[in-house]
Design a protein around this ligand. Structure first.
Ligand SMILES: Cc1ncc(COP(=O)(O)O)c(C=O)c1O
Length: 222
């Protein structure tokens, strides 16, 4: 299973726990994009899945329409399942549009897209979300889901169902978080930390290269 680094902590152990072999590919800073030619070069006859995450934890990068088209072609050519972690779909900035695997019919036909109410409704830790996939894949997921999750906290499910009836609760989420991101970027201005581009998610990376330069100036002899 191919995944991209840096990655949300649970991906690698989850792959190993299920008997898979994680194949790590590095995202390319400072934009943390995917080199699709490198992805192609890592695919072998034993590759089964590719896992993507957009908007991305922890870099704040997002995948573009052209990224998803490349992924679609790779998935078709190599008969791969795509696991797409889209839990930050509603936290996306600067008028960018979230590109879901579900927007591309051929890609959607071999993908599992995963979403979390925890992110969308400011309820991290409630652990309620959903997956969207074609029937042949959900059939397989259902075989294990029952015995991994067993059951979900009913009051929380009912609360989320009620919250969902008012789209105002989630459609403006991007503006809410963009204001926070911009406030943070404003406050950090003038420090030695250099913000890296952040297009979505909860996360904002800062480069400490400026701090190293300052330290070298203050203590030239180490
Ligand atoms: C990329 C990513 N995927 C999945 C999750 C899990 O989300 P939840 O705890 O809402 O189920 C997180 C939580 O931090 C995350 O950052």
């Amino acid at each position: 299973m191919i995944l991209f680094d840096p990655a949300y902590d649970s991906y690698d152990p989850a792959i190993r726990l299920n008997g898979g072999v994680p194949i790590h590919i590095k995202l390319k800073p400072p934009h943390f994009g995917i080199d699709w030619e490198e992805v192609k070069s890592k695919i072998t006859s034993r590759t089964r899945m590719i896992m993507i995450n957009t908007p991305h934890n922890p870099t704040g990068a997002i995948l573009s329409e052209s990224d998803l088209k490349k992924l679609e072609q790779i998935a078709i050519d190599n008969d791969l399942i795509v696991l797409s972690d889209e839990v930050y779909e509603r936290i996306i900035f600067d008028n960018q549009e979230h590109q879901s695997v579900l927007k591309f019919p051929k890609l959607a036909a071999q993908s599992v897209a995963v979403f979390s109410f925890g992110k969308t409704f400011h309820a991290t830790g409630w652990k309620v979300g959903y997956a969207v996939a074609p029937e042949n894949l959900t059939k397989e997921i259902r075989k294990t889901h029952q015995f991994i999750t067993f059951s979900v906290n009913t009051p929380v499910q009912l609360a989320l169902a009620e919250y969902l009836t008012n789209p105002d609760h989630y459609l403006n989420l991007k503006d809410f978080y963009q204001r926070k991101r911009d406030l943070f970027l404003n406050q950090i201005k003038g420090s030695s930390f250099q913000p890296l581009p952040c297009r979505g998610s909860y996360f904002q990376l800062l480069s400490y290269e400026g701090c190293l330069t300052k330290m070298k100036r203050l203590w030239p002899n180490g």
